[in-house]
Write a protein that binds this ligand. Structure first.
Ligand code: GTR
Length: 449
């Protein structure tokens, strides 16, 4: 009972920081230029590290929660870890493979998480990637011991029938996660399935979310947690696990990684958790490392993402877009809007009191790599580079170089400064070539101090 009370008190305190009294969206001023990350909402300029840490950083965290992602749920007080299996001679003896089930006991949550944990045997306390996958842990390796998700799975994933995983999917994403390469290069991987935390469906009540809505609410309010924030919370729970199993890997050297929507999540996770040393959002696009204030119609817009994925962001975020004029056919009947109209830039988006360079800046001075693909204009590779440039003053204030001066992107050439950038030829995907770059970047930016 006392514990429950303490938990509720912590939750209330945390949410009172986040739910500061910010103005309604219509009362926010339009700012077509990117907001300066070193200027507070009230116009005060931030000139010292201390001001950044104690004033601006908490303000930005509160703003992102209130207007975009919803409130980050608190860390459960009590969780238990069950090792489902352990094999110290996996992958031809090269690695120790296990799967760990995390159960949340206080508060008691209906959704356990499963973490596939693979650690190289030839390195003592290696650095570790924490990743979130699209299709279930069983798709990373063809191994019957890895459990099949019991929850919703997308039909486009390998082996999925009627939104349920089957044995046929085993190993279906080996070439996405490239565990053999990660192990050979001396890194560990702790990976979880997003659907364990919140299925990627528009239903906002089928994951852990409702447990954290304001009391008395059965549906999400305008600043209640939405899916991407829930998944980021999932990343943090795997970081807890890594700390707990700290004898096997080095908890000082954790890198988070995810692709696309999972990359948006990895960036948010890195921004809100200092235990994460390196953040790698791959082709994360709108709502990740790409600017919301983009007028490039080849890139995804705020209205487009809110229309296609209404569950990813909180209710308030939907107010940063202009309504679409209804279209009528020759008979005067309403017809669905055209994609180009949905994707058109909305003036209202300029009311956002931040842009995504501020999310990157929340990671400062910790390194962030933005890998991209030349054909993936939807993820806005050039806009992402701009975000790195605009986050750099915060890095410099904190004594890091940020993005190297004069860095200009060339295809296949890694910019490996603390704010790093990479663009390869080809399409939207996570491939072996991408992992090769993550590893090279981490060899430099996640090295033992
Ligand atoms: C797209 C979406 C992007 C990105 C991508 C993905 O359809 O527009 O924002 O998240 O999905 O996750 O693969």
């Amino acid at each position: 009972m006392t514990r429950l009370f303490a938990f509720m008190l912590t939750a209330m305190l945390l949410s009172s920081v986040a739910v500061a009294d910010f103005p309604p969206v219509d009362q926010l001023p339009a700012r077509p230029a990117f907001p300066d990350p070193l200027v507070m909402l009230d116009g005060t300029r931030v000139t010292t590290k201390e001001q950044w840490e104690t004033k601006r950083k908490p303000e930005l965290k509160a703003l992102f929660q209130h207007y975009m992602y919803g409130r980050l749920p608190p860390t459960p007080r009590r969780r238990s870890y069950t090792e489902l299996f352990l094999d110290q001679k996996a992958l031809g003896g090269k690695a120790t493979l296990s799967e760990i089930k995390i159960t949340f006991e206080e508060p008691s949550l209906s959704h356990p998480m499963h973490v596939l944990f693979v650690v190289p045997n030839h390195v003592t306390r290696p650095p570790v990637f924490v990743g979130m996958n699209f299709c279930g842990n069983h798709t990373l390796l063809d191994d019957p011991r890895i459990h099949l998700p019991e929850v919703w799975c997308r039909n486009t994933c390998p082996g999925v029938v009627n939104e349920r995983a089957t044995d046929k999917g085993r190993g279906g994403q080996q070439d996405v996660w490239n565990i053999d390469l990660i192990i050979d290069r001396g890194y560990a991987l702790a990976c979880f399935y997003s659907g364990d935390v919140d299925p990627d469906t528009p239903d906002m009540n089928d994951g852990i979310g409702p447990a954290f809505y304001k009391s008395g609410q059965s549906t999400a309010g305008p600043d209640d947690v939405a899916t991407i924030m829930l998944w980021a919370w999932g990343f943090h729970r795997v970081v807890d696990m890594v700390e707990r199993f700290g004898g096997m890997v080095d908890p000082q050297r954790i890198a988070v990684v995810g692709h696309s929507r999972n990359g948006k999540t990895a960036l948010l996770a890195g921004a809100f958790d200092e235990r994460i040393a390196v953040t790698i959002p791959l082709q994360s696009g709108c709502g990740g490392a790409a600017p919301s204030r983009t007028t490039d119609t080849r890139a995804e817009s705020v209205r487009q993402i809110n229309t296609s994925f209404p569950h990813w962001f909180c209710g308030n975020f939907k107010l940063f877009q202009d309504p679409i004029e209804p279209r009528l056919n020759d008979q005067g009947k309403a017809v669905p809007p055209r994609r180009e109209d949905v994707n058109r830039f909305s003036e209202k988006t300029t009311r956002l009191p931040f842009d995504q360079h501020c999310l990157i800046a929340l990671c400062a001075p910790r390194p962030v790599l933005l890998p991209n693909a030349a054909d993936d204009l939807w993820a806005n590779p050039s806009g992402q580079l701009e975000m790195l440039k605009l986050a750099t003053p915060v890095y410099r204030l904190l004594g890091s170089q940020g993005l190297a001066d004069g860095a200009s992107p060339e295809v296949n050439k890694l910019i490996d400064s603390p704010l790093g950038y990479f663009i390869r030829p080809g399409k939207h995907a996570m491939s072996r070539a991408d992992w090769d770059v993550f590893l090279t970047y981490c060899d430099k930016n996640l090295a033992k101090k």
